[in-house]
Design a protein around this ligand. Structure first.
Ligand code: 5GP
Length: 153
């Protein structure tokens, strides 16, 4: 993914925007692979669930503060499941900010569970429809600190 981000560089700086909390570990690894001039920023989003399904109702609990019009923005997510959260975030950024371009990069892509037409511009791994924890991903707040990904059979 570092090489993908490097390839976006055309002289305008790159802004990596990590979506908290889940993407903080991926962001920390990914930003160290980027060799072109880049800055980092954080947004926090809370997805509301109906049972185990994300409802598409997303609350932005921490927003980008500064003018980002000079940047190629790369939004960094932990996982795209139904895609409802990603769709909300992409629309939110496009409606509220001017950017040079906006790309979407996710560590995991649970494509089989998709309910929207959201496709990441770059993803680390495609996975089955399983609930995973570790490497930033939680279950009720726990397990984000595991340095591997695990699922319950
Ligand atoms: P979506 O809106 O695409 O259905 O869900 C996106 C969010 O749901 C992710 O950012 C993540 O917080 C959470 N999520 C989706 N699948 C998983 C999973 O397998 N494990 C964990 N821990 N969280 C998940």
């Amino acid at each position: 993914a570092g090489e993908y981000i490097d390839s976006l560089y055309d002289g305008s700086p790159i802004l990596l925007v990590s979506i908290l909390n889940g993407a903080f570990v991926f962001m920390a690894d990914l930003c160290r692979e980027v060799k072109v001039p880049c800055e980092i920023a954080f947004m926090a989003a809370k997805s509301y669930y109906e049972g185990t399904e994300s409802s598409g109702n997303v609350e932005i609990t921490m927003d980008l503060k500064h003018d980002i019009s000079k940047y190629h923005v790369v939004v960094i997510e932990d996982i795209i499941d139904t895609g409802l959260t990603a769709k909300f975030l992409i629309d939110f950024i496009n409606n509220n900010f001017q950017t040079k371009s906006t790309k979407f990069c996710s560590f995991l892509d649970k494509r089989i569970a998709r309910k929207t037409d959201v496709k990441p511009d770059y993803y680390g791994f495609e996975m089955d429809d399983k609930f995973v924890v570790g490497y930033g991903l939680d279950y009720e707040g726990y397990f984000r600190n595991l340095d591997y990904i695990v699922y319950k059979k």
